[in-house]
Design a protein around this ligand. Structure first.
Ligand SMILES: O=C(O)Cc1cc(O)ccc1O
Ligand SMILES: [Fe+2]
Length: 438
């Protein structure tokens, strides 16, 4: 059990001091001539200085040394398979389903969070601040005297197996399966794990995640702001021969060394802060009379594009809930979508299909037909429509994007998890049409 403290509330202006240094946060100003305890002041901007007030995000850090104190960055060759080269593998519009991605085996040796990142699909270009990437991580070892920051965008991390013990510049987050974490652009973090650990990462280049507008739902519901938990200030004053600061920049990794731990922030204040959210806190709203509501009703967070109501990426979950609709085919309908749908499973199974397994994934690309498999269709078409618990003990999710996603060679071939038989789950769907029988 994690006994970390957190600050609650989405988008709040927080302030936090490590209790070992009371009064370390300058009072009433950001840049005193000399900061308390001999700290350096440093601003981390998450939006343009001139972004409108309601979107403006920045945090003031009061740290032992400024971040600039590092040796030059050098390119790193890593074991990981991260890429932004979306044209390397030819396009493939087929329905895709992946068996669970491998956890590192004993023969693989030590693989930390960074070495364990593999890109499945994506689109766009961090240079233009437009696009996304979806990665899998599979690791077994803590990051040792090294941290990562993403110059390209924000990470939304979905653990599937194993707890992530994350240290960030603003403090610590312990993130378990069925929780998610968001670590924004530029924030340095280190991940420790207890053993074989796996999960999904949605990376967005455009901007930050927001709570969806609730419209007629009202002032409450879906993911409630107070359930978003942010770290409290924690620092270490630790000299290290060569602490590795890794930057993901234009899709490549660069490493700079420095003589001290970067987790030396004694106090901070601001609204640009990593956070976690427990998916079991999601307040589920759905159809209570007839018909299947679109899955947007389950949106936890959204990263909007500039087109109204159209997301670079929505993070949507399919949580345990009651199904009560009458005279209704209750599972997901057959459909074709002008958005791309990537799905993963944290635990259990997915209501519309057999064969989706925890740690695996599916991709239904733009306009590619999909829907319930044959078994699901037959069962739900003939089911007794009593109120019924759905998806008990399961958690599936979807990253839905307005972008066309290119699948990497690793995902399509090298990982050897793509299920060539997937299309067969729909093949037995029979013709039921009878012109004599309305
Ligand atoms: O394809 C899927 O399984 C995801 C999905 C679920 C749903 O309830 C409605 C539409 C949709 O795309
Ligand atoms: Fe779908």
């Amino acid at each position: 059990m994690s006994n970390l403290k957190y600050l609650s509330g989405f988008g709040n202006e927080f302030s936090s001091e490590d209790p070992r240094c009371p009064g370390s946060l300058p009072e009433g100003q950001n840049n005193p001539q000399k900061c308390p305890y001999g700290l350096y002041a440093e601003q981390l901007s998450g939006t343009a200085f001139t972004a409108p007030r309601e979107h403006n995000e920045r945090t003031w850090l009061y740290r032992i040394r400024p971040s600039v104190l590092h040796k030059p960055f050098q390119p790193v060759e890593t074991a990981n398979k991260m890429t932004i080269k979306w044209s390397e593998n030819p396009p493939n519009p087929n329905q895709m389903r992946w068996k669970p991605f491998d956890l590192p085996s004993e023969n693989d040796g030590d693989i930390d969070f960074v070495a364990g990142l593999h890109t499945l699909c994506g689109a766009g270009d961090p240079k233009l601040r437009n696009g996304l990437a979806i990665h899998i991580y599979a690791c077994n070892t803590p990051m040792r005297d090294s941290c990562l920051y993403n110059s390209d965008g924000d990470f939304l991390i979905v653990p599937q197996t194993g707890i992530l013990h994350i240290i960030t510049e603003m403090g610590k987050l312990d993130v378990s399966p069925n929780e998610i974490a968001v670590i924004q652009q530029g924030i340095k973090f280190n991940v420790a794990v207890d053993g074989p650990t796996r999960g999904y990462v949605l990376e967005v280049y455009n901007g930050h995640f927001q709570l969806p507008y609730l419209g007629p739902i009202g002032a409450n519901g879906l993911a409630n702001p107070r359930d978003f938990l942010h770290p409290v200030a924690w620092y270490e004053d630790r000299d290290v021969d060569a602490y590795k600061v890794i930057s993901k920049y234009q899709g490549n990794l660069f490493c700079a060394t420095q003589g001290h731990s970067p987790f030396d922030v004694v106090a901070w204040h601001g609204n640009y802060v990593p956070y976690k959210y427990d998916l079991s806190r999601f307040m589920v709203i759905n159809s209570v009379e007839f018909d299947h509501a679109d899955p947007s009703i389950f949106t936890v967070l959204t990263c909007p594009s500039t087109k109204p109501g159209t997301a670079i990426a929505d993070f949507v979950i399919f949580p345990p809930r009651w199904a009560v609709q009458e005279r209704t085919f209750r599972p997901p309908y057959f459909h074709r979508n002008c958005m791309s749908e990537f799905m993963g499973i944290i635990m259990g199974n997915y209501e519309a299909k057999e064969g989706m397994l925890p740690g695996g994934a599916s991709l239904h690309s733009m306009m590619t037909p999909h829907g319930p498999d044959y078994k699901c269709f037959e069962m739900a078409s003939n089911a007794d429509l009593k109120p019924m618990r759905l998806a008990e003990g399961t958690q599936s999710f979807m990253f839905e994007s307005c972008l066309q996603l290119a699948v990497t060679a690793w995902a399509e071939k090298e990982c050897e998890k793509l299920d060539a038989e997937y299309y067969k789950c729909w093949e037995p769907l029979k013709k039921h049409f009878n012109p004599e029988q309305p």
